[in-house]
Write a protein that binds this ligand. Structure first.
Ligand code: 4AD
Ligand code: MG
Length: 436
């Protein structure tokens, strides 16, 4: 069976062709009825039938199979090809009250996400996403990293306790939904070397922002015997490879989204590295302010975390991603290794996407001193019992190791320039939405 785009060349002109899909547009005239079909991959082809051969019940989104002779006709939309229909087979007449029209509220579209996903823009996003995942996996396979699958139901927090989803477990026990596969990836470097995983991660985010989901797609990697620079190199190569290939493979989908890919062509290593301290200096030079714990607005200073606004300021003039290196230990989780050359600061880095999009990865070297780890766990209020296995990793043959995590939806947001992260994932989960 051919798809619509297979018909858009002179190869099949004059031939009898068949296409399956859904009625995308229906234009009834006295003599002729135009049935524009959207195929299973979002391709569009026009067909035309004598009006008296068409069931008057035919509706938008009815599933059909169109057979006829392919013609070139400059008036036909999307490439100027048209099927002179001889047979229209109907699989299902769609209910006439299809809820998705042109001017619908964001909430209605989200309530009907299972149908909204048939919209051509959503199809383009879904295809770009599939290519991002494909090329990410390709990169790891080509570079000999082993893929692992970490558990989702876990006992310990990785990124602090405040964003944990608690679930009931058997026999009055409890567990959490994983925030990150990192601790399990760390365990696997001892037996598989460089490893990576692609799993959903969960964050009970109470902040409603355009870049937070409560369930996101997390690509994470970890390797033994590396230093921070090695980890940054892996990230810049991986991200460059993904972007370079996706913009070629999905050129038409970017065009459909009216998303300019010319700047993305700059995504080549090396990415600029700027120290956390320099980043704060820069923000201070712009009189950048933050709201402190007491709700008071004050100038940003050393020790403050970067947020969505400061990251925008830092990355808005850049045309390729950049790394902010060496965050204060105090604002990072228990596993971050302190920089022996710079007390109080970690061997850690975030990658910021350019043009103001902000953080897309976090990573760095892992602390291997169990005393420092347990002290920090206590400070974070974590239950050390749940981490004995993790501490064992330092007890039995520890090696310098590190890695990173990349949010697929964050990367999608940047490359497609879709402001709201909800539109980069098929079925978004947020504080106010778990359905469909
Ligand atoms: O910065 P995060 O919290 O770092 C970690 O989880 C590390 N344990 C990863 C590691 O080293 N293996 O999350 C990593 C990335 C972020 O940079 C961001 O891209 C994405 O995951 N992310 C989110 N994406 C969407 N919604 C959220 N609520 C996200 N939280 C993190
Ligand atoms: Mg982070």
């Amino acid at each position: 069976m051919l798809r619509a785009n297979d018909l858009k060349s002179t190869d099949h002109i004059g031939e009898k062709v068949t296409v399956r899909g859904w009625v995308y547009r229906l234009r009834k005239q006295k003599e002729n009825t135009f049935v524009i079909v959207r195929d299973e991959r979002g391709g569009i082809i026009q067909s035309v039938f004598p009006t008296n051969n068409i069931s008057p019940n035919l509706t938008i989104e009815s599933s059909v199979e169109v057979t006829g002779i392919l013609n070139k006709d400059a008036r036909a939309p999307e490439g100027g090809y048209e099927i002179r229909g001889t047979n229209l087979r109907v699989f299902n007449i769609s209910d006439a009250n299809y809820p998705i029209g042109e001017f619908q509220s964001v909430d209605l579209l989200l309530d009907n996400r299972h149908l909204t996903l048939r919209a051509r823009k959503m199809i383009a996003v879904a295809k770009i996403r599939a290519s991002v995942l494909k090329f990410a996996r390709n990169w790891f396979i080509t570079n000999d990293w082993m893929e692992i699958t970490a558990p989702i139901i876990v006992k310990g927090a990785v990124e602090g306790g405040s964003t944990l989803f608690k679930v009931k477990y058997f026999n009055n026990d409890y567990a959490y939904l994983s925030q990150s596969a990192q601790l399990y990836l760390e365990a696997m470097v001892f037996s598989l070397g460089p490893v990576w995983s692609l799993t959903p991660s969960f964050r009970a985010e109470t902040s409603r922002t355009v870049r937070h989901l409560s369930e996101f797609t997390h690509l994470e990697a970890e390797a033994p015997w590396v230093d921070l620079e090695d980890i940054l190199k892996v990230q810049e190569q991986l991200v460059s490879y993904i972007v370079e290939n996706v913009i070629i493979e999905r050129q038409d989908d970017f065009a459909l989204l009216k998303s300019d890919i010319s700047v993305l062509k700059n995504t080549r290593p090396p990415f600029e590295r700027i120290s956390y301290e320099k980043a704060i200096d820069f923000l201070r030079s712009k009189d950048f302010t933050v709201v402190d714990g007491n709700g008071v607005n004050r100038k940003i200073e050393l020790g403050d975390d970067l947020n969505i606004d400061s990251e925008r300021e830092l990355s808005k003039k850049h045309s390729r991603p950049l790394f902010v290196v060496g965050y204060p230990i105090a604002i990072k989780p228990f596993y971050v290794k302190e920089d022996p050359q710079n007390e109080g600061y970690g061997l850690t880095a975030d990658m910021l996407a350019p043009n103001g999009f902000g953080e897309i990865t976090s990573g760095g070297m892992r602390e291997d001193n169990n005393l420092s780890i347990t002290k920090k766990m206590e400070k974070e209020g974590l239950d050390i019992k749940s981490y004995q296995w993790y501490l064992d990793l330092r007890k039995y043959g520890s090696v310098p190791h590190g890695g990173f995590g990349l949010g697929i939806e964050r990367l999608m947001r940047w490359i497609t320039k879709i402001e709201d992260i909800k539109d980069t994932i098929l079925f978004p989960r947020t504080m106010s939405r778990v359905s469909p």
